[in-house]
Design a protein around this ligand. Sequence first.
Ligand SMILES: Nc1ncnc2c1ncn2[C@@H]1O[C@H](COP(=O)(O)OP(=O)(O)OP(=O)(O)O)[C@@H](O)[C@H]1O
Length: 281
Amino acid sequence: MNAPILEVTGLGMRRRRRWALRDCSLAVPAGRVAALVGPNGAGKSTLMLAAVGLLAPERGSVTVRGSVAFVAQDKPLYESFTVAETLEFGRRTNLRWDGEGARDRLDALGVPLGARAGRLSGGQQAQLALTLALARMPDLLVLDEPLANLDPLARHDVMRTLMGEVAARGLTVLLSSHVVADLEETCDWLVLLNGGRLQVSGDIDDLLAGHLVLSGPAGDAEGLDAVSASVTGRHATLLVRGERAPDPRWSARRPTLDELVMGYLRSPATSALPGPVAVER
Ligand SMILES: Nc1ncnc2c1ncn2[C@@H]1O[C@H](COP(=O)(O)OP(=O)(O)OP(=O)(O)O)[C@@H](O)[C@H]1O
């Protein structure tokens, strides 16, 4: 595994008086596209604010090995600036700035340079905010719900832009979303928060390969160590850890990412976390 670009150890974060995150330890290897998922109030934004240094940890530590850029949920843009003025402002306020790449990207997306940022569509504003962050040439890009309020085509375009950058220069991305289906094709790392606790962290292919969805008679489910189970009449569907069905009474298949996420969210006391991570220094 590549050395983690983001490493969080024993992180505890308080928002006002309440703990928003407790005892979170995770590592995201360089070059990954990591999905940060969890219900409302799980602590996703808090974790991202800690990762980019906008909130200081109450307990534990956050290490980023490289430069970081952040796009907040409300995509702050100067509404009265034109797109060209926005780019010029970026050039003047950043030491590292890929203005040419930014213009090329906006050109390819059909975002007019002369339009005022406040008059762009939601999808174009999302692309402009993403373009500004990418122009800073970060090693780690942190995006708080970059796909919220976008139509399916705009969501696809944003993800394609990200994938292009990841492939072209090994960018690492941490992005939060509520729509797991949007993440399945592009993300290869999963971080699942629930109620301020880390529940799942790891490579998505490994996680999917290490779990099964079992279907069979509800009466046979006892004794199986399921992550979660749903029973309809005499039939049970279970998410379990393992690579093979326990016996022929159960039909087994690999879960989808959505099934894996939902299975863990239904059982907040369960977790799928790696052991201590060896870091190359
Ligand atoms: N500015 C704030 N002041 C006080 N408490 C806050 C603030 N922002 C968030 N919190 C609290 O911290 C906890 C974690 O919130 P956070 O915004 O990190 O969750 P989230 O997973 O990003 O949620 P969502 O999916 O709704 O955006 C919640 O209990 C929330 O009420």
